[in-house]
Design a protein around this ligand. Sequence first.
Ligand SMILES: [Ca+2]
Length: 302
Amino acid sequence: MREKESKRTYPNRRRHAAACLIVLATALAALLGAHVSWSATDDVYAPLKRQLAENGIARSQVASAFDQCGPPLYKVIAATFRLREGKLNYDQFLEPGPLAKARRFQELHASTLRQAERQFGVDRSVIVAILLIETQFGSYTGKTPTMGVFATFALMDGKAHRDIVWALLAPKERKHWGREAFDEKLLKRSQWAMGELDALMRWSAAHGTNPNSLHGSVMGAVGWPQFLPSSMMKFAQDGNADGLTDLYTAEDAIHSIANYLRGHGWAQAKTSSEQEAVIHTYNHSQPYVRTVLEVASRIRSS
Ligand SMILES: [Ca+2]
């Protein structure tokens, strides 16, 4: 295929050469941008550090967190423009294998689920369905450095950083988004990430953990329930009362999801459309919501 393309003749060689130059220039600009940002002498994170210190986070904590953060994850940010939530195959969770796994988990953790159900008033099968779909009970929690994700998204209020990500997109992705919509999305995400970075710092300070030790999804979600740091701050629970709130354990994940759903109005949600609205706060996708309720109903009746 490649060889065939190289033999293709171009009716307008000059235009082709000009296009090549533009592509080269863009790639070079991206490389230079990356070089400037990654240089050890240039503190790319300085604006974020300033903002977090202004928010009241201890300067020493901020400094040590960013010292270990590594260079910005531009490629990860570019990859998020390839996500197509609507195309995720949610039907896979309704296959016999995953449903059997969910039933086994429900049996194995029956007492924790019963306790969470009593304490938070949330149906145990809904909690199990969410854990199945989010990470298959901790099997796929993600390997992307959480601190790096939020730090890089937070930088995206700077055009030079957006230019680097833009240059990493494939031509058809650029065409699909358009520069204006791309900029708008990253500006919103920058603001959102700044809030999550703030929550991550506070969470780490409160729990005596290193923010750089957390790994998760490309959107910064962590643990079995795929919580964002802001949700961890509000809803994470020490379900097994061992003194640690660890979202990579079944007991803490179960209680945390139950607390999240209660916090978003599960107790008042009587009709199925009201329940759908609560689950929608967990993941803003209708196919996701429908699948959670379908899995829940199938493992409930078993
Ligand atoms: Ca615990």
